[in-house]
Write a protein that binds this ligand. Structure first.
Ligand SMILES: Nc1ncnc2c1ncn2[C@@H]1O[C@H](COP(=O)(O)OP(=O)(O)O)[C@@H](O)[C@H]1O
Ligand code: SF4
Ligand SMILES: [Mg+2]
Length: 342
């Protein structure tokens, strides 16, 4: 049994609005095991970034509050920590990288100085030690001629090279968990693949766990050990990458899979899109929150919200279609994955 690094239970994070609190995450539960990659997947606006900012407790600075739940990291609950305790966890045990590498780097310092600064801060290294190690980190993240590159400024490097530098800065503290929020969305496709490959290499070499946030199921297919699918603030399906791809259960997951170019379950050559749009947080439908867009909607779906239904050893779904399949850990084959056609 793998060892749990992060255990999120019933996490509800909300923002204050004119009409009271609106929940951006609604009782979500997730696990990340040591050295494993969890991909959190869902359309824009589903609450993925709010989830990552909650783990880092940066949500406090974005106007959000944790209303309920636990975020256990190595058994220690981050949800109730004071900010000065969080400061020693952020950038030390947990590091985060974002979509836009340029905004994460300081334009007036060389990239070598920025990595060395992180090393001095987190590991008390001397100037010369930190500089030497910064060059090694640039080498580790695949930057050619690192001695020369270390002396350059961010604007002298391409977007892909800058994202490698950002990853090097994050690695400077030897994190146990790296949270990467859409780290390749701003990059072109070839560079995107290279950065994902780098993240996987680092995961293997450093034994680091990764929470990778993406709206792209194709990306999750490449890198995930486990996948959690998020819709309108709720985790609607989760499982191992094999289970999600071979036996997708929730109609939303099936829609996401069918919108991957080249995915087998897709009809013809047209790119499938899930009809409709994600509801506003203050305006969720009654019952299942996916019901206005669901091709399989039933009367019950419009009345009662489904809870987690265990359909495999490590596979759960929130959908009434599987109500009679809840066998507490016994794997169910079939479902709608193979033949759902929206
Ligand atoms: N700072 C904020 N203030 C108020 N509401 C916010 C804020 N950040 C996010 N939200 C709400 O939370 C929802 C989910 O946002 P987010 O986590 O950024 O989505 P994702 O990363 O999945 O695209 C948004 O649609 C928005 O309604
Ligand atoms: S519960 Fe009903 S509306 Fe929701 S995803 Fe399942 S079938 Fe569709
Ligand atoms: Mg986001």
């Amino acid at each position: 049994m793998a060892e749990k690094l992060l255990e999120i239970r019933n996490l509800t994070t909300a923002f204050m609005s004119e009409n009271g609190f609106v929940k951006a995450t609604d009782r979500i539960s997730l696990n990340i095991e040591k050295g494993q990659t969890l991909c959190l997947v869902g359309e824009s606006g589903s609450g993925k970034s709010v989830t990552s900012l909650s783990i880092m407790r940066l949500i406090d600075y974005a106007g959000g509050s944790i209303l309920e739940g636990n975020i256990r990291f190595n058994g220690d609950d981050l949800a109730t920590k004071e900010q000065d305790q969080m400061r020693s966890i952020r950038g030390n045990k947990i590091a985060m990288i974002f979509q836009d590498p340029m905004s994460a780097l300081n334009p007036v310092f060389t990239v070598g100085e920025q990595i060395a600064e992180s090393l001095r801060l987190h590991q008390n290294k001397s100037h010369s030690e930190a500089w030497k190690e910064a060059i090694e980190l640039l080498r580790l993240v695949g930057i050619p001629a690192p001695e020369m590159r270390a002396k350059q400024y961010p604007h002298e490097l391409s977007g892909g090279m800058c994202q490698r530098v950002v990853i090097a800065v994050a690695l400077a503290c030897k994190p146990e968990l790296l949270i990467a929020d859409e780290p390749t969305t701003a990059l072109d496709v070839t560079v995107q693949a290279q950065i994902l490959e780098l993240l996987m290499k680092l995961k293997e070499e450093l034994g680091m766990a990764i929470l990778l946030i993406t709206h792209d199921m194709g990306v999750a297919a490449e890198v995930a050990d486990h996948i959690a699918v998020m819709y309108a603030g709720s985790i609607v399906e989760q499982g191992t990458v094999e289970e999600i791809f071979s036996n997708p259960s929730h109609p939303y997951t099936v829609g996401l899979l069918q919108s991957i170019p080249g995915f087998e379950g897709k009809r013809g050559n047209e790119l499938y899109t899930i009809k409709g749009t994600i509801p506003g947080l203050g305006n969720l439908p009654k019952g299942c929150r996916f019901n206005p867009r669901c091709p399989h909607v039933m009367d019950k779906c419009r009345q009662v919200e489904p809870g987690d239904i265990q359909i495999g050893a490590e596979h759960s779904t929130k959908c009434w279609l599987y109500e009679d399949k809840d066998r507490n850990g016994v794997s169910v084959s079939g479902g709608i994955g193979g033949n759902a056609n929206g």
